[in-house]
Design a protein around this ligand. Structure first.
Ligand SMILES: [Zn+2]
Ligand SMILES: [Zn+2]
Length: 504
């Protein structure tokens, strides 16, 4: 008689159920490894930027693949011992779930997850017993004493005591943590700690279409000790603070044009620069003709708040003369489409015309500092003036929109009768640059590194990056980075390197 023929129907059913549980964990494990952002959204986990996605991919992916491995091993060998591992993990997961419910209260989603976990635990536990008792088994049941001996019980009691102690000391721990975290963030001076050179920080790498990972356009440029901000789109000021770039230190804002996605947080930056740095003169806002209207509007909108702040904190803390912004419009000399608008402390900033028709004027900026150079395209289609400025630059910070993806959104909007959205999707393809065209420009200009920002459409999952780049890699063989909020690219003076890290 073969082993298979000795199998009782009950054993077969339970081995099948364990196998299905293993396959369920396998699907989750593969899902977390391949699509961490998407699975995270399904499980209401919010990854904090690339590092968070990395953690979800490895920790969640590893956990579920491991549990799957032992379930499948149990199902295929019929040995109940293998099920001990997923059972222990499920017990710990359930313990964590109960602690979470105790701290935050029972949410329907948490209770539902708990229910699934308890069902799986019961299934594996019953399967363990069935397999242990099966005919011909040489495993005399799972020896409970192996697991629950004195050592493991003492260990479990210690862990429980630590968790209980932490639970009961929440208030004390919370206050101590506030002190530690606040001391760390208040003492942080990212700008002072940077080596001499040009540094580009992305406080906003997205565009008007909402992207959970990206605020609207805002590029922080730190040249030596001077902190400039190019565009200040909605939500970007908050990102600037999260990156610990002190808004009180901003020297000037440079606007590329006046689409709302490039100016929305100007009022917030004016306010935070004033209150955060006790500045005694308003924030200078450079831009082509029209910048006066924008600054005037924000000054007016924030004028009541300005009065309140002075009443709250007194004129010594918030000097009235430092509130708001001061428009610094510039014009190109006749017959020219470029002009040096700032030349101070070793930093030369050149504004140049770009093509964002029908938006006129629209400009980009080139920063030169101690032999290093960064060109920021602003919103534009590929054009000669941008190509000219980018020639030989270390870094081209280029806006990019992927027409193949936007085309899909356009078709979908058309199909479901959202004609307005469909029209806008069609229009925006006319006044932005594709990643492929950005790559061609980078190649022709001979730039050392291409950084794409103003990402359209949103890329909520890492797996979308390759489709977004399309054929860009065929046209430009240097490094291409898809911008993400928090990213800092450093170009040290007297060097050729471009270093990359995240400030979030
Ligand atoms: Zn624009
Ligand atoms: Zn834009």
């Amino acid at each position: 008689m073969t082993a298979t023929s000795r199998r009782s129907p009950t054993e077969t059913v339970f081995r099948l159920l364990v196998g299905l549980t293993g396959l369920f964990f396998l699907a989750l494990g593969i899902g977390f490894m391949a699509f961490p952002d998407i699975l995270a959204a399904v499980f209401s986990v919010e990854p904090a930027y690339s590092l968070g996605v990395n953690g979800i991919r490895s920790d969640f992916g590893g956990l579920f693949l491991g549990m799957s491995f032992f379930c499948l091993l149990g199902a295929t060998t019929g040995r109940c011992r293998w099920l001990t591992v997923p059972i222990i993990f499920l017990l710990l997961i359930i313990a964590g779930r109960l602690i979470g419910i105790g701290l935050d209260g029972p949410s329907p989603a948490a209770v539902k997850s708990l229910l699934v976990e308890v069902i799986l635990l019961v299934l594996l536990a019953v399967s363990t017993v069935v397999l242990a008792l099966r005919a011909g088994s040489n495993e005399k049941g799972l020896k409970v004493s192996e697991l629950l001996n004195l050592k493991t019980l003492v260990g479990a009691a210690v862990v429980a005591a630590i968790l209980g102690g932490l639970f009961l000391s929440q208030k004390k721990i919370g206050l101590a943590l506030v002190e530690r975290i606040a001391a760390k963030s208040m003492n942080a001076d990212v700008i002072a700690d940077l080596p001499d050179g040009l540094h580009v920080g992305l406080c906003g790498s997205g565009a008007p279409l909402a992207d959970p990972r990206r605020a609207n356009p805002c590029v922080a440029v730190i040249a030596g000790r001077s902190f400039y901000v190019v565009d200040i789109g909605p939500s970007s000021e908050r990102k600037m603070e999260l990156m610990r770039l002190n808004p009180g230190k901003v020297k000037a804002v440079l606007l590329t044009h006046f689409h709302s996605d490039h100016i929305g947080d100007l009022g917030e930056l004016m306010l935070k620069r004033w209150t955060g740095g006790s500045n005694k003169s308003p924030l200078e806002v450079f831009g082509p003709a029209g910048v006066e209207t924008v600054v005037e509007g924000f000054n007016l909108a924030y004028s009541l708040d300005t009065e309140y702040r002075i009443l709250h904190h007194g004129p010594e803390t918030v000097p009235p003369a430092g509130a708001g912004g001061l428009a610094r419009p510039f014009h190109f000399p006749p017959g020219k489409n470029e002009a040096v608008i700032i030349d101070a402390d070793g930093v030369r900033i050149t504004a140049f015309e770009v093509d964002h028709a029908p938006v006129k004027p629209a400009v980009g900026y080139r920063f030169d500092y101690k032999g290093r150079s960064v060109v920021i395209s602003g919103d534009t289609i590929p054009c000669q003036s941008l190509l000219h400025q980018a020639r030989g630059a270390d870094l081209l910070v280029q806006e990019a929109l992927q027409p193949a993806m936007v085309g899909i959104l356009q078709d979908l909007a058309q199909k479901i009768g959202r004609h307005n959205t469909a029209r806008i999707m069609g229009d925006i393809m006319q006044y932005h640059t594709s990643p492929e065209d950005a790559a061609k420009m980078a190649k022709e200009a001979g730039v050392r590194h291409l950084l794409l920002i103003h990402i359209v459409p949103p890329l909520p999952a890492s797996i979308l990056k390759a489709a977004f780049l399309g054929d860009a890699g065929k046209f430009y063989h240097g490094p291409i980075t898809i911008g993400e909020d928090g990213l800092l690219l450093s170009l040290p003076a007297g060097d050729k390197q471009i270093l990359q890290r995240s400030l979030l």
